[in-house]
Design a binder for this molecule. Structure first.
Ligand code: ATP
Ligand code: MG
Length: 398
């Protein structure tokens, strides 16, 4: 029934001079989100409003659910847009709108008129009163309730007249691309896709790196990470995913270092390599799915030990979340079902029975000196042989 959406955005409205940049980024993300949706759309910007108009038949539900993935959108209003052809015509259009959208008329309503165009010959109050009267006449079952109406009928007199009564929630946040770029350490688990989602929600573009350890980790495990990246890409835009072969580094650490320190040392090498790629591609920070105390490698001491090897800031948006809270977000964003598929992770394969929970930095650094002979070369090879996958939300296969 609707051919257009009125997009409401919040935070980005208050950014003063940067407003245009924010609006343009939002429009860019809206276009990206609508790309896989059947139909042709025109997006226009007018006085703090963004309109999406369908120029052809389109898939309404699909369009709506795609828009609900665009950060920066606070509300999505399916809207009827009409040329101003005088008040009589407006009264007819409004009655037709009510009739079409509310077959059951046993409802209360209120008309809320705004005039962006002050030259309109009636005041907002007059339009409210007059339209209210006409609707009561046309549909005697309707009742007015100015405090808690079932239907809040918005009539906005702008370039065109906007008629709408429903606002569906958007995801909030800020448009991706307005706050720099970050490098996400993405594993096949529950946490890191959620971490990427949360940072992207603040307007940060996301690149990602995944460490795999063939043949200890399978192609299926890698595919799972690509699949997770695809879901995150619905919100964050295309993701450049680096797939790093970590096997030789992992084996070498296993061979040379105390096993209870393996996880920490391995994580330090992951961070070093991730930081290398981050700097190479202008990411301003690293992002992980860690939360304090979740596992041995995420105690305060362990986090300090992994931080030590990075010069870029490490963003850990889940730091204070319980697992249940993380799961709730992953269910909401649609990554949970994929995350729980049972494919092995490179961290779990060589994991020690009793990993250190309070690593001592001096000891860790000393253990790493045992790697001196070959580690530089191994890291260099891992970086040089990394594969780049450009992950798009609508990618059929990889
Ligand atoms: P996740 O919850 O995402 O599965 P995890 O619970 O397995 O991670 P850890 O193994 O301790 O937790 O990893 C902590 C963080 O380190 C992850 O959230 C992720 O950011 C990063 N990480 C772990 N393993 C990998 C990997 N194989 N490739 C890339 N990043 C990884
Ligand atoms: Mg975790």
């Amino acid at each position: 029934m609707f051919k257009a959406f009125l997009i409401k955005y919040g935070e980005i409205g208050i950014k003063g001079k940067n407003r245009h940049l924010f609006e343009d980024a939002l429009i860019h993300q809206i276009k990206y989100a609508l790309k896989p949706v059947e139909g042709e759309f025109q997006i226009t910007k007018e006085q703090g409003r963004i309109y999406i108009e369908a120029l052809s038949e389109f898939d309404y539900d699909d369009a709506l659910s795609s828009l609900q993935c665009v950060f920066g959108i606070v509300g999505i209003c399916p809207v009827v847009l009409k040329e101003d052809e005088g008040f009589e015509k407006l009264a007819e259009d409004v009655a037709a709108y009510m009739d079409a959208h509310y077959p059951d008329k046993k409802k209360t309503f209120k008309v809320d008129t705004r005039r962006a165009r002050k030259s309109y010959p009636m005041t907002s109050m007059e339009v409210n009163a007059e339209l209210g009267g006409r609707l009561l006449e046309a549909f005697p079952e309707l009742k007015v309730d100015v405090h808690h109406p079932d239907i809040m009928l918005h009539v906005e007199i702008r370039k065109k007249i906007n008629i709408y009564s429903e606002t569906l929630p958007g995801p909030g946040g800020m448009p991706v691309g307005t706050n720099g770029k970050g490098m996400l350490l993405l594993s096949g688990g529950i946490d890191s896709p959620v971490a990427g989602y949360m940072i992207a929600k603040r307007g940060v573009k996301i690149d990602a790196v995944y460490f795999h350890a063939p043949p200890y980790t399978s192609e299926r495990a890698k595919q799972k990470v690509v699949d997770l990246a695809k879901i995150v890409a619905k919100y964050a835009g295309p993701i450049y995913l680096k797939v790093v072969n970590f096997t030789d580094i992992q084996m070498y650490i296993y061979e040379k270092c105390p096993h209870e320190e393996l996880t920490i040392i391995m994580r330090r090498y992951m961070m070093r390599i991730a930081e290398h790629f981050a700097k190479e591609t202008n990411s301003l920070g690293l992002i992980t799915g860690e939360s304090i105390g979740q596992v041995a490698s995420q105690t305060m001491q362990s986090l300090a030990a992994t931080d030590e090897v990075c010069s870029l800031p490490v963003y850990r948006p889940l730091i204070g979340f319980d697992k249940q809270e993380i799961i709730a977000v992953s269910e909401k964003i649609g990554t949970y079902e994929t995350s729980i598929l049972p494919y092995e992770d490179c961290c779990t394969i060589f994991v020690a029975k009793h990993p250190v929970t309070k690593p001592n930095l001096k000891i860790i650094r000393r253990s790493e000196t045992h790697l001196q002979e070959n580690i530089k070369e191994l890291v260099k090879t891992a970086i040089e042989t990394a594969e780049t996958v450009v992950v798009q939300a609508d990618m059929d296969s990889y």
